[in-house]
Ligand binder design. Structure first.
Ligand code: NAD
Length: 345
């Protein structure tokens, strides 16, 4: 299959690109290369004859038409997005432009291409989204695919809007879409401003590790390579018009996740131990959702998918990866806004 992956230079998109190429698919990676992108993430496949890169912005419809016309993909996997909740609170405009208008442009470009190709039945538009569209849970319960949307941050509202657009393009124009909503990812190549890398890198530098509020916010955590595996499965076997929740079956309070990372660091870098002495509780994020949890029954029963690693094992691999790959993360610390978030500026 020839897959057009948007956002393939980002964290999850690059995992999808690496896995798809390794499985014999052809991949066209379309990415605007924002602050969050890094072509090093796909360096391992860059020389493959099955890989091509197109620098393009999903806000630019003409550029999208050119890419569709040139590469004639069998499927689209749409991951390009502004993705950081804290940045969406500081500056929501970019989230509306990329996540909402950009998705609209991509849907229209895909629809024009698909229609022009006589609407091939096998064509797929796979939209990758987040469990944050469902809002916040109390102590119990889980999000199913039928949970009503209740987004509460500019980021999740923009993703919810994009999900609705994708469904509407299916219902109205018949575009063959599949949607997935996934919980928090972590793993190699995760941009340094996100929670797991912040903890690892601050701990390594002997700097305070900021934890929002009382640390009691609960998230489900999924290893990024497991997510990429689930995404390819949903693309290939998912039912058209259907959405699938993807979770790691690993609910954890933020503070427990942070302590687990510190414990792995204590083992791998004993000279800095105990790293959890660096934990500091900081003023909570406004509108911070208390708990997310995913009911993965549909993907498990209909597609036979389960995550392959526990959060314990995945975090261990992730910590080891950051220790081994300073040449990857060190240059990123100078990028716009990142030092401030890491407490280095
Ligand atoms: P990321 O920020 O690491 O990567 C996003 C990529 O999109 C970057 O390479 C960036 O250059 C590109 N991009 C941004 N704006 C663009 C534009 N206008 N045109 C073209 N490219 C653009 O994000 P991520 O964490 O890899 O997330 C990927 C997708 O998965 C997003 O849609 C996100 O909502 C979704 N998601 C993320 C998580 C998570 O835990 N990170 C969980 C569930 C769903």
């Amino acid at each position: 299959m020839k897959i057009l992956v948007t956002g393939g230079a980002g964290f999850i998109g690059s995992a999808v690109v690496r896995l798809a190429v390794s499985r014999g698919h052809e991949v066209v990676n379309l990415d605007a290369l924002t602050y969050a992108a890094n072509l090093e993430n796909v360096a391992g496949v860059a020389e493959s004859p099955r890989y091509a890169f197109e620098q393009a912005d999903i806000r630019d419809r003409a550029a999208l038409d050119r890419v569709f016309g040139k590469h004639k993909p069998d499927a689209v996997m749409h991951l390009a997005a502004e993705s950081h909740v804290d940045r969406s609170i500081d500056g929501p405009g970019a989230f509306i432009e990329t996540n909402v208008t950009g998705t609209y442009n991509l849907l229209e470009a895909a629809r024009a291409f698909w229609t022009g190709q006589d609407r091939p039945e096998g064509f797929r538009f796979h939209h990758i989204s987040t469990d944050e569209v469902f809002g916040s849970l109390g102590e119990t319960g889980q999000f199913t695919e039928d949970t009503p949307y209740d987004p509460r941050s500019p980021y999740s509202a923009s993703k919810a809007a994009s999900d609705h657009l994708v469904r509407a393009w299916h219902e109205t124009y018949g575009l063959p879409v599949v949607l997935t909503n996934c919980s928090n990812n972590y793993g190699p190549f995760h941009f340094p401003e996100k929670l797991v890398p912040v903890v690892i890198l601050n701990a390594l530098h002997g700097r305070e590790i900021p934890v929002y509020g009382d640390g009691g916010n609960v998230r489900d955590w999924l290893y990024v390579e497991d997510h990429a595996d689930a995404l390819l499965l949903c693309l290939e076997k998912g039912e058209v018009g259907r959405s699938y929740n993807i979770g790691g079956e690993n609910e954890a309070r933020n503070i427990d996740l942070v302590r687990t990372i510190c414990a792995h660091l204590d083992e791998m870098r004993p000279e800095g131990a105990p790293h959890d002495r660096l934990i500091r509780f900081v003023t909570d994020r406004p509108g911070h959702d208390r708990r997310y949890a995913i009911d993965p029954t549909r993907i498990r029963t209909e597609l036979g998918w389960r995550p392959s690693v526990t959060v314990e094992e995945g975090l261990k691999r992730t910590v080891a990866w950051y220790l081994d790959n300073e040449a990857w993360w060190r240059p990123l610390l100078d990028r716009e806004g990142v030092g401030r978030r890491l407490g280095t500026a």
